[in-house]
Each structure stands twice: as structure tokens, then as C-alpha cells.
Design a protein around this ligand. Sequence first.
Ligand code: NAD
Length: 497
Amino acid sequence: MSASRDALIAEIRATGTLRGLPTGHFIDGDHVAGLSGRMLDSFDPGRGAVFARFAAGDAADVDRAVASARAALAGPWRDMAPAERGRILMKAAELVRRDAARLAVVESLDAGKRLSEAEGDIRSVARTFEYYAGCCDKLQGASLPLGRDYVGFTVDEPVGVAAQVIPWNYPISTAARGIAPALAAGCAVVAKPAETTPFSALLLAELLAEAGLPAGVFNVVTGLGREAGAALVAHPGVDHVTFTGSVPTGIAVMQAAAVNVTRVVLELGGKSPLVVLADADLDAAASGVLGAIFENAGQICSAGSRLVVERSIAAEFIARLARAAEALSLGHGLDNPDVGPVNSAAHLDRIAAHVERARANGNIIHAGGRIADAASHGGGWFYRPTIIEAASPADPIVQEEVFGPVLAVQVVDDLDAAIAVANATEFALAAGIYTADLTKAYRFARDVDAGQVYINEYFAGGIEVPFGGNRKSGFGREKGIDAVKSYCKVKSIVARI
Ligand code: NAD
């Protein structure tokens, strides 16, 4: 179904919702009602109001979805040539592009994000399916050098049923970056989207079915994390779990998976440092820092949420950022403001509590530092873009992830001090540096503990670039070829001849 963006927005403005949103799970190739009949509300974060309802899945729905995925592994999917799998994924990319307007509007409404960002996410989803479409027939094992009397080789087999537990900040792009490589490897998938953003995974399921994916290969169960999510990651019929979310939930997921010795990839939180040295192009650095923390209202695991700035430029650079932050407009995602709402009322309270503690601890608030007046923003959940100069490297505003539009600033004397500060939290997801000196940039890249390092452009790269964290930020890599490998199990075969 393809509809124009303006017609969809007009429908939402007139009715507060959209027609045709799925209300059940997607199991065995079709939408199905939840077994318990219980439903949950989905909110429009820009208005703080319910716009749709969806099924509250539980262990019984998860059983059904996992059984459907297991059965699909033994069906036509198993016997399909890898090139044919690739054609299905390529077709999915085409269908995502066809329905881009609807997908972006639903994502903006459900997650709260700016429509232009949601449109970018949908382009990245199409690109993700396209990229992994090309991988299906290029998964190659190795030949093993055992001498003349043996033939030895390895085969990359699909790991089996892969569970995807998806967060609310990038619902459709996180779903796609897990689903596409899993399907490329020949796995079947059961996805559990976050309870505040259930719809885009369901729409993706429709498109994959239309693209020719056999029934049961991709299933979606919606519902609460502690019900549907917990049942999925503990299910003995699941062979692999990719979890993207918070550290405490990641620990619980790993513990639940351990009971069945299920493989896990954990993409957890971050407090990523972005270093700006005095010799940097300060125009590029300022816009890079603002984008790194205020895009998606700061709800990005790899957000550049700590600015580490060289002392000689610090005062002027912080003042410049503060002026720019104060000038940013807030508004409903569909109105494309500079910064949209945060995803839920509970999350708004969490962000506010982080900042109030920072204020009480004597940190200097250079911009923002407050909840935006709801009435003047349509009743939604908005936090003013905030910049806080840290009083101490041990302060929680430096050490803890806020996951909102809140930048912590640390001032340092030189590159060595910047590296020491960059590495001094328990997270190690991303890191960035702005400098004109490539030697300094590469020294930073060598010495910083992070899964990805950005030089002179924060968030540079695309689906080709492996992504993941170290330490409390998790382990395993998504994106790139590495992601497909994580959905494979290597079998070695040796013959005496
Ligand atoms: P969360 O951990 O509360 O929820 C994430 C997902 O897990 C949701 O789908 C939720 O329903 C589910 N869940 C909750 N409890 C569960 C349980 N016991 N068993 C199984 N599933 C369960 O996290 P959140 O608040 O939704 O997301 C924000 C966090 O996610 C932040 O800390 C952020 O840094 C992190 N995140 C990381 C990445 C990454 O790629 N590293 C990307 C996005 C978000």
C-alpha cells in the first residue's frame, strides 16, 4: 500500500490516528490476535495521547511464534538456493522504498522522532535489506590444509531461530539490522518490538511476506518486555538472541539465555566521548557535537553524550554550543522541528531526574536544564536541549547514560588527558574526535576503548560498518559482514580419502 506523506499526515491531524494499523501479532505468515485478548495502548509522544492499541503478547503467543519459526526452518526456506533468498531480500528493499512514506509517518508517530529523521531511517532500512541481499550467495566457508590424504572444509550453517528484542529509539532500523543478516544466513526470526513502538516491525512483516518470504520465517510478537520479551529470550526453541536495550535488561537477558546455553549478541548503552581539540575546524565540530547529542532528542545508544574539549577553546566553544542549543525549536515529530519529543512520560521523568541531581551536585548548566512547557508544545513529552559542564569526572552526569538531549562537558589540557577521560566510564560503545592533526586522530583511535571511532564526522558510515560495544556496552557486532557471521554456526567436515 503506497500513500502520500501529506495525505497520511492530514489523516492523523484530522483523526489523531491512522487507519489500517495492525492490532495483533504476525505469526506463520499472517496477522493473528493475541491468545489472551489483552491489549495495550500506544502513545503519540508529541501529544502525550493514545493513538492506537496493540496485542499484549505473553508466553503462549511466544510459544506459537517460536513453533512457527522452527517449522519454517524445516520447510521451503531450508531448501531455497541462497541466491533466491537474496532475491527476496532485494524485493523487500524495493517494497520498503515503495511504502517509505507510510513507514516513516508511522515511525514518527509511534516513536515521536522528527519525520525527516524517520525518513532517513526508512532509507537505511531499504539499504540494509539491499546490502544483505547481496551477502546471501557469498557466505563461503574455508578449505582446511590437512595434506593429500584428507579433504577438509567448513560450512556456515544458519544458527536456527534467532530472537530479536528491539528498543524504541530506532525501532524499524534496529529491527532491520537484525532481521536482514539473520535471513541472509538462512535463519528464521521471532522479533519482539518495544512496548512503546510496536507498529513498524509488524509493517515490515507484511512487506517481507509480500516479497515472498515463506510463512513462519519471520514472526513478530508484541507486548511487554517482562512478559513477551522474557518468554522469548528464555524459550528453549530459540537458538540465538540479539538484544538491543539497557544494561540491566541485557544482564537479565543473558542470564535467561544461559539456562538454555543460547547464544547472545548484546547491544547496550553508552556514554560516548566526543573530543574537540583546539586545532579542529570549529564550525564542523560545533555542528557535529550538536547533531551527536540532539539528534533523535539524544535517544541514541551511540550519542556523543560527553563533549571532551581542550581547555584553550573550552569557554568560547561551550558558549557557542549553549547559544545554539537554546535556539533549537521543539515540536511534534510530524512538524519537523529541530528536536522532537522523548518517547514516553516515564522517560521524560528519568531525564529530568538525571539533570536535577546534576544541578544539586553543583554541575554548571549552560543551556536547557528543564522540561519544556507541555501546553505550548501540544501536550507532549519534551525536554529542553541541555548542556552541563561537569564539576567532577566521577559525577553521575559523566558516568551514567541519560539517553536524552543532555550533553555533559569535560574540559581537558591535551590529547593524552582526553584519551584518559574518554576511557574513564564503564561504557565503550562509540567515540569521536575533531582535529586537523591526523596523527592525533589516529592515536586517539588506537588508544580509545570503543567499538567504533569517528574522525571529523560523528556517526559517519553506514550498514557496511560493523557496529557494537565493548565492556558494559555489550558484545558482538551488528551491521557489515560480521553481522551475518553471528547468525551462522561453523561446521567442519573432514574426509579421509
Ligand atoms: P529496555 O532494556 O528497557 O528495553 C529494550 C527491549 O527489551 C524492549 O523491547 C523491552 O520490551 C525488552 N525487555 C524489557 N525487559 C525484558 C526482559 N526481562 N526480557 C526480555 N526483553 C525485555 O531498554 P529501553 O529503555 O527500551 O532502551 C533504552 C536503552 O537501550 C538505552 O540504555 C540505550 O543505550 C540502549 N540502546 C542500545 C542500542 C545499541 O545498539 N547499543 C541501541 C538502542 C538502544
